[in-house]
Write a protein that binds this ligand. Structure first.
Ligand SMILES: Cc1cc2nc3c(=O)[nH]c(=O)nc-3n(C[C@H](O)[C@H](O)[C@H](O)COP(=O)(O)OP(=O)(O)OC[C@H]3O[C@@H](n4cnc5c(N)ncnc54)[C@H](O)[C@@H]3O)c2cc1C
Length: 383
């Protein structure tokens, strides 16, 4: 390792840029190199599922390009550059044949979309929207098309359904579950969101899957396992994300659901850290913005000589379905308890309490969504 080797941050998503912004508040000068497989634009990923409501192009969602970010943060940024291997015992990373030294390495390289392999010749019409470049490609491919089929009824699928309806598109949602956002929302809250979306004109095809996607003269025809057929100009696949662990595993770093790190965000290799969607922090895989901001603040201190374990507050998630505003604070997986739900139309208050009566999680929809802050104060922070 050379004495001048920079801190290298792989990834310029919210995790990478948030970390470097926090670092620069504490240390203006240490050389930092950021490497990204994409164009390095600084954008807020949650805005991708509000773009049709606001009629925003990809350029309008970008807050700054890589050149402007490099100047603002006093760092070097290499765009369209894919790291292909890490050699932790030599403090090196590889970009194809090129080798680069690092003093400290931060992996902030996000999560991959899960791709279903579905028979049929219509695959080129299937898009995933997990970054600004995907969003740009989707809008371009949609052109004058007006019909979008969404595979998946999770948080992202529901948000895109609401957003595309607001933008005037016909929307069909297809998913194997019998409810929307299974695993995130309890039954009544899920029904409220589904009813809200249906009232906006979203057509649901639940408890079934897409078996074939066939190219048509215009768009595609999706054949569903329940015998129905759906015609669409484009298909959005929103069936889930998986933390990127492949290169980390190949380098011998401990990985489970994500790259395993402790509360100091240290991986199993010296001077290698991970945060954001790729990381499993002390057992938690949290693919949201608030956790990565907490990690960015803590890791910036650690990297500048003040070892600081990340601590999380209570972190409710706002689901961007304006037809039925929803906030959810999922109970921790290891806590036993029960949901109780009160429903009045699309207004649902669902509370998850443990055996001692302590509130451990909640979901509130419709008019009750405003109770989010008050309820969040009663939920203990995530351990
Ligand atoms: C549509 C949508 C809406 C969302 N809405 C919300 C919301 O309302 N609230 C909320 O809390 N969360 C939301 N999320 C989740 C949140 O946006 C993510 O958790 C967060 O943006 C992840 O940031 P990241 O930097 O970890 O990953 P990413 O933004 O995915 O960044 C990964 C970076 O790593 C780079 N990279 C990957 N592999 C390599 C490689 N081998 N070499 C070099 N570079 C590489 C990529 O090019 C990219 O720069 C939403 C997500 C989506 C998709």
């Amino acid at each position: 390792m050379s004495a001048q080797a920079p801190i290298v941050v792989v990834g310029t998503g919210l995790a990478g840029y948030s970390l470097v912004k926090e670092l620069r508040k504490l240390d203006k000068d240490t050389p930092i190199l950021m490497i990204t497989a994409d164009d390095g634009h600084n954008y807020s990923k949650p805005m991708l599922s509000t773009g049709f409501t606001k009629d925003k192009s990809a350029d309008e969602l970008s807050m700054a390009d890589a050149g402007a970010m490099a100047e603002q943060l006093n760092v070097d940024i290499r765009t369209f550059t894919t790291v292909t291997a890490i050699k932790p015992d030599q403090h090196l990373l590889e970009i194809g044949d090129e080798q680069l030294s690092y003093s400290k390495l931060v992996l902030a390289w996000g999560a991959d979309v899960i791709r279903l392999s579905i028979p049929g010749d219509g695959q080129s019409h299937v898009h995933s929207i997990n970054d600004l470049m995907d969003y740009r490609a989707f809008r371009k491919a949609l052109g004058d098309g007006k019909r979008v089929a969404i595979m998946g009824a999770g948080l992202i699928g529901c948000e895109f359904a609401n957003d595309l309806r607001n933008g005037g598109y016909e929307v069909d949602v297809i998913a194997p579950s019998d409810a929307v956002m299974p695993g995130l929302l309890p039954p009544q809250a899920a029904t409220a969101v589904r009813d809200g979306l249906a009232a906006e004109g979203v057509r649901f095809h639940l408890e079934t899957v897409v078996e074939n996607i066939a190219q048509q003269e215009q768009g595609v025809r999706l054949s569903l396992a329940n015998g129905q057929q759906v015609e669409a100009d484009l298909v959005v696949s929103a069936v889930g994300l998986r933390p990127r662990t492949e290169l980390a595993k190949a380098a011998g770093l401990g990985c489970q659901r994500g790259i395993v790190v402790n509360r100091l965000l240290q991986t199993s290799a010296p001077d290698v850290y991970a945060m954001g969607d790729c990381a499993e922090v002390d057992g938690h895989v949290l693919l949201y913005v608030l956790p990565l901001m907490a990690c960015a603040r803590a890791l910036a201190k650690t990297l500048t000589g003040e070892p600081t374990p990340v601590s999380y507050g209570t972190m409710p998630v706002m689901v961007k379905t304006p037809c039925c505003p929803t906030a959810v604070c999922p109970p921790p997986a290891n806590v036993e308890g029960e949901w109780t739900e009160e429903r009045e139309g699309n207004n649902v208050r669902a509370l998850f309490k443990d055996a001692s009566g302590q509130l451990q999680g909640f979901a509130v929809t419709g008019d009750y969504a405003v109770e989010k802050q008050a309820l969040a104060k009663q939920v203990p922070p995530l351990h």
